[in-house]
Design a binder for this molecule. Structure first.
Ligand code: MTE
Ligand code: MO
Length: 350
């Protein structure tokens, strides 16, 4: 059984939100009701079209990101997403991943480090738990606002002491075809487990499918990487919880990466291995569809996907219709991360 002590008790979580409210950080959520589609004082474009005040669930008016954008309801976060180890249907991930065994769980951290170590999940939970409400923008032009709990990846990397030869960090997901049907040979060859061409979800743009065809060559396990400075950035999180509860299987339990300024495919679920390396690692998606997925994958409205615009996104709040909002460079985190890419051609380094 997982310990529950690591998770912030609900009453503390709520009172922290009240603190946020008292500090005025919730002002943007209130402004949502008033300033339809107008740029706010900070120059950021608000939702267009606007959800009506009454259609935002009350709990979510209290939980907002630093722009005042309300959090996506937990039920929406759990019932819509990508988890190719289980299914290519975004609306089936909750049911498909429900029985994944996530305890006991170990994460091996090694490669170019002075102190390689295998961590039990409890060792990782002991590194501390912080709450971070982040926007998550999928390459498929939908996004959510998700209240994670977790700890900065930098804390873990400091424990193992990367050597001076380490330039990149590679993350690997669980490989277990017995539990993960998508990893079995030919899993998607007959088109099963795939979303229909137009999934009847409110506001969904289902044709924006990352895996283009039934026979896209997937190389398991799922993996991706970061440059060492991206990995050490204080925004980069290893998440172990969501909405104050342990992560659910469909959202990457028991531990996943969250890199909020990059397309969400970089945020690797169900991590079992973290490796410090010299060469830029190849990711699952770079191997499967190299013309569509680069290593950097920074959210960027100015660099269209080969098959669709990245200039706007559906913000999933569980509403009908879902609001469409402009996509922001680096997903709105430019002030924090743009300096990581000074002098780089972001269209070439997509
Ligand atoms: N192991 C693994 N991690 C993964 C994926 C996956 O298929 N397998 N999908 C990625 C993609 S494309 C997205 S959009 C996000 C979805 O996260 P969510 O389902 O929690 O919203 O997880 C990312 N991490
Ligand atoms: Mo995605």
């Amino acid at each position: 059984m997982r310990k529950t002590s690591r998770i912030t008790p609900e009453h503390i979580y709520l009172s922290r939100r009240r603190f946020l409210k008292g500090a005025g950080l919730i002002a943007g959520a209130v402004a949502l009701n008033a300033c339809t589609g107008q740029a706010s004082g900070d120059g950021r474009q608000r939702f267009t079209p606007m959800p009506t005040a009454t259609s935002i669930p009350p709990a979510n008016r209290q939980m907002v990101d630093e722009f005042g954008d309300p959090a996506t309801p937990l039920e929406k976060i759990r019932s819509f997403g990508n988890y190719y180890e289980f299914t290519r249907s975004k609306v089936d991930i909750q049911e498909a991943a429900a029985n994944l065994v996530t305890s006991p769980w170990q994460v091996e951290v090694g490669g170019l480090v002075n102190k390689p170590q295998v961590f039990d999940l409890d060792d990782l939970l002991a590194l501390g738990q912080e709450e971070r409400i982040y926007r998550m923008r999928c390459m498929e032009a939908w996004s959510m606002v998700i209240p994670w709990t977790g700890f900065p990846l930098a804390k873990l990397l400091q424990r193992v002491e990367p050597t001076s030869a380490a330039k990149f960090v590679r993350f690997e997901s669980l490989f277990d075809p017995a539990q993960m049907p998508g990893q079995r040979p030919g899993a998607y060859a007959d088109g099963s487990h795939s979303a229909p061409a137009n999934t009847p979800e409110p506001g969904e743009v289902a044709q924006n499918q990352m895996g283009a065809s039934p026979d896209t060559p997937y190389v398991w396990p799922y993996a991706d990487g970061l440059r060492l400075d991206e990995a050490m950035h204080p925004l980069t999180l290893l998440a172990t919880g969501i909405y104050g509860k342990p992560l659910y299987p469909e959202n990457g339990a028991p531990i996943r990466l969250v890199v909020p300024w990059k397309y969400a495919f970089k945020s690797v679920k169900a991590i079992v291995k973290i490796e410090l390396v010299t060469e830029m690692p190849t990711s699952f998606w770079m191997a499967a569809m190299p013309t569509e997925h680069g290593f950097y994958a920074n959210v960027n409205p100015d660099v269209p996907h080969p098959r669709w615009s990245q200039g706007r996104e559906f913000r999933y709040l569980g509403l009908d219709p879902e609001p469409v909002i402009p996509t922001l460079k680096f997903n709105g985190y430019a002030a924090d991360v743009a300096q990581l890419y000074t002098g780089m051609d972001l269209a070439k380094n997509f």
